[in-house]
Design a protein around this ligand. Structure first.
Ligand code: MLT
Length: 407
């Protein structure tokens, strides 16, 4: 008899966005006439930047000729992309990341979900609350938690982001080994200052902990004082791993390309105290379980780093940031306090009632899909997240409908 991994039994029946999709389908079946505007899951709607499309077409044509055809690529990613990433995303900001530290992949969801398997099942893990559910669920699957009770898993340390701390929780008081951080934050849209990140780096160095820093939304930062990378904080090169994605930066949610950065100085320890380079462990894991992102997609990602690609990405992210501004303004007019949405594509709204209640109210009365904050954790209760990823006209219409529905 094949026995399941019992830890799966502790998980919620389905993934948050699957639950929401079910609610939307049920609503659509009951009201087929209503046109629904989706500002729920953070999925991009605008076409790919022209520079990436051109590179994609060229790369596909290369696959049609025996001289330029490519089979398996290097598991860690092609040199042309890793070199561009190291140079443009890090070295240009004075951060000493080398192409050898960069691992190209097909998504940050998989990378942030998979990385925990390099570490002991007994690790003490801290996650933000509200949280991108992948960090939690993958640790539940790996058996690092007890059961789910009162909105939280036993055995996890939750770092609550609240109105009072500006949704940037300080490092935990207790000792933990693995800390997930995400800035600009999903779901609150909060950003962390250099000083706030430095407090985490200091904590990690003191406790020989590791920070897993998810920077999937970095291309939305406009405030020149905000750090873009955890590696801009001195000392982080010994205690942090960073995840970045082209999904929201360049409209790649359908193409799939991301990367993980691990400097050689980041260490974990064996049970008898021997240090091991995390970069080597990740290389071992990836070469065993992953065969690399596809060549045409990596060429498309490489085009983001050309002058034209950079400009197009900037205008794409500006477009969504203007949507976020329209959302914040619309909510303000509707009498809601909202947060985020300035250096991030998500607006975090004080729901003034339970979050699923406002979710259903907006779906039913306005035909607008949002994400209930409770789905991101106990500290998300009382909030909803509104995503700026949609077409301008739909965002404007959604805000008009929300204002009318809440009058
Ligand atoms: C979200 O809506 O939170 C994002 O789409 C999640 C993701 O990027 O996987």
């Amino acid at each position: 008899m094949i026995q399941i991994n019992e830890h799966y039994q502790k998980l919620a029946a389905s993934y948050l966005f699957v639950d929401i999709a079910k609610s939307i389908r049920a609503h659509q079946e009951a009201h087929p006439e209503q046109d629904i505007i989706k500002l729920g899951i953070g999925d991009v709607t605008r076409p790919l930047p022209a520079a990436t499309l051109e590179a994609l077409h060229t790369a596909i044509d290369e696959m049609a000729s025996p001289d330029t055809f490519r089979g398996y690529g290097p598991e860690q990613g092609y040199d042309f992309l890793r070199e561009a990433i190291a140079r443009e995303d890090f070295q240009s900001r004075g951060v000493a990341i080398s192409p050898d530290d960069v691992f190209v992949s097909d998504g940050s969801k998989c990378d942030t979900g998979n990385i925990q398997e390099l570490f002991s099942p007994d690790l003490r893990v801290a996650v933000p609350d509200p949280v991108y559910p992948v960090y939690v669920d993958t640790n539940v699957m790996a058996g690092r938690t007890g059961v789910f009770e009162n909105g939280r898993y036993q055995g996890l340390t939750y770092l609550a982001g609240t109105k009072e701390n500006g949704f940037v929780p300080p490092p935990p008081k207790e000792e933990v080994d693995l800390i997930y951080l995400c800035f600009p934050n999903n779901p609150t849209g909060a950003t962390a200052t250099r000083e706030q990140l430095a407090a985490y780096v200091e904590y990690a160095r003191k406790h020989q902990a590791l920070i897993l820093f998810d920077a999937a939304y970095v291309s939305f930062i406009r405030d020149p004082d905000l750090p873009h990378s955890i590696f801009e904080i001195p000392g982080a090169e010994t205690c942090a791993v960073e995840f970045r994605s082209f999904s929201k930066t360049a409209g790649f949610t359908g193409l799939r390309c991301a990367y993980t950065v691990i400097p050689p100085t980041v260490q974990a320890w064996t049970s008898n105290g021997t240090p091991v380079a995390v970069r080597d462990l990740w290389a071992r894991r990836q070469t065993t379980k992953f065969n690399g992102a596809s060549y045409p997609i990596q060429r498309a990602a490489g085009a983001i780093y050309t002058p034209r690609g950079t400009e197009e990405v900037r205008s794409l992210t500006d477009y969504y940031l203007e949507n976020a501004r329209i959302i914040r303004q619309g909510l303000d007019q509707a009498g809601f306090n909202s947060y985020g949405g300035k250096n991030a594509p998500y607006v975090w709204v004080d729901a003034q009632r339970p979050s699923w209640e406002l979710f259903h109210l907006l779906l039913e009365k306005a035909g607008v899909v949002t994400t209930p904050g409770a789905g991101f954790g106990a500290a998300g209760e009382g909030y909803i997240r509104i995503s700026a990823f949609n077409d301008r006209e739909k965002v404007e219409r959604a805000m008009e409908r929300i204002q009318a529905a809440l009058k």
